[in-house]
Design a protein around this ligand. Structure first.
Ligand SMILES: C[S@@+](CC[C@H](N)C(=O)[O-])C[C@H]1O[C@@H](n2cnc3c(N)ncnc32)[C@H](O)[C@@H]1O
Length: 347
């Protein structure tokens, strides 16, 4: 019995009791019973028709405390490990989820048609330059004059961006194409590019990010990332970091939302051997990113991401990864704070 029928049954019971004890048998009796039920809290506008209420008005003095403006930018450095970083930790998943209603099927239904035939690495960069940048590298004549004074020579900061999982996967997968969802200032992309050079790999790293950060990210330690007319310098500072590390031949910014970029990649046949998922960390975003990205994995490809065991996990990354693994009968492997899923198709 759901809560509405439960409430209704309780009111009906009271009505029957009043009716039989008092002999009242009319609409006014129902009104009396409803009023009594309301007064005793059995029935209320909140229980019958739950709505959001503004229960507290925050005073100006309390606002910074409530908003925690001084102490947080939304990402925590104090990460929690629950096993040693660098040591793979096989985590066997429980049985696949059972879908019991059409609604739950809606939740997990993504377009499962195959992506266009694999374009192959040789064409990927050319096609992307053509489609997104009028055939000219975004690094040409960089930086543009109007941002020169707004950039630092180098400003790199990430989260778990150089941990052992990167080296391990670069050695194992030897990727030709890496897609990174969530780049920020480029710490993890630059680290992977460095590993590719060191390992003698010819890898293209496609950095998908809208380069907006997240609401409020400039409130604390990133307030040195300049903003002009509402345009935050994140993409330019990331590009400047890439230029400063001399990695413009390996890394390419893809300045769009993750889902729209991945959908176009699928249409254009841009597939990847390695996909890092590290964009928005709320459940719905992570869930969508993981589902859509998985279609772009080449046979034997690997998808991985951060915040499986960190505080940010509270926001839903772990829930999304686990649910995806259970629905697809995959096993989540862990490496420090990172999760890893493998595409088990081999052809
Ligand atoms: C945690 S940071 C990435 C950190 C980076 N991987 C590193 O370790 O150095 C998350 C990034 O995802 C980007 N992002 C979040 N949601 C996005 C979305 N839906 N589409 C594109 N970018 C997104 C933000 O702009 C931000 O730069």
């Amino acid at each position: 019995m759901d809560w509405k029928s439960d409430q209704f049954a309780r009111v009906k019971n009271q009505f029957t009791r009043v009716k039989s004890s008092s002999g009242i048998n009319s609409i006014p009796a129902l009104v009396i019973v409803a009023t009594i039920a309301y007064l005793f809290g059995v029935l209320s506008s909140q229980t019958l028709f739950p709505v959001l209420r503004i229960s507290q008005v925050v005073s100006k003095a309390d606002a910074p405390k409530m908003l925690d403006l001084k102490t947080t930018d939304g990402f925590d450095d104090e990460d929690k490990f629950n096993h040693k970083p660098g040591e793979p930790d096989l985590h066997i998943n429980p049985k696949p989820l059972l879908l019991t209603s059409p609604l739950s099927e809606d939740l997990v239904t993504f377009d499962n048609t195959d992506c266009k035939m694999d374009l192959g690495q040789e064409l990927v960069r050319t096609v992307l330059l053509e489609k997104l940048f009028d055939g000219v590298s975004p690094f040409e004549d960089f930086p543009p004059e109007h941002v020169v004074d707004l950039l630092k020579k180098e400003r790199i900061k990430g989260w778990g961006s150089t941990t052992t999982v990167f080296r391990r996967l670069m050695i194992e997968v030897k990727p030709r194409i890496v897609i990174e969802l969530g780049t920020f200032l480029g710490a993890s992309a630059i680290h992977m590019a460095g590993l590719a050079h060191e390992l003698g790999l010819h890898t293209d790293i496609l950095c998908v990010d809208d380069f907006r950060g997240w609401p409020g990210f400039r409130n604390t330690r990133f307030n040195d990332i300049k903003q002009k007319n509402g345009d935050v310098m994140l993409m330019y500072q990331f590009m400047q970091n890439v230029v400063s590390k001399n990695m413009t031949g390996t890394i390419l910014p893809i300045p769009f939302g993750t889902i729209s970029a991945l959908s176009m990649f699928c249409t254009w046949g841009i597939l990847a051997d390695l996909i890092e998922v590290d964009a928005s960390h709320d459940f719905h975003s992570a869930w969508a990113d993981i589902n859509v990205a998985h279609r772009l994995l080449r046979p034997g490809g690997v998808m991985f991401g951060h915040d499986y065991t960190t505080k940010a996990d509270r926001q839903g990354v772990r829930r999304a990864v686990d649910m995806f693994a259970r629905l697809n009968t995959l096993t989540v492997e862990r490496d420090g704070e990172h999760w890893i899923l493998r595409n088990q198709t081999t052809t």
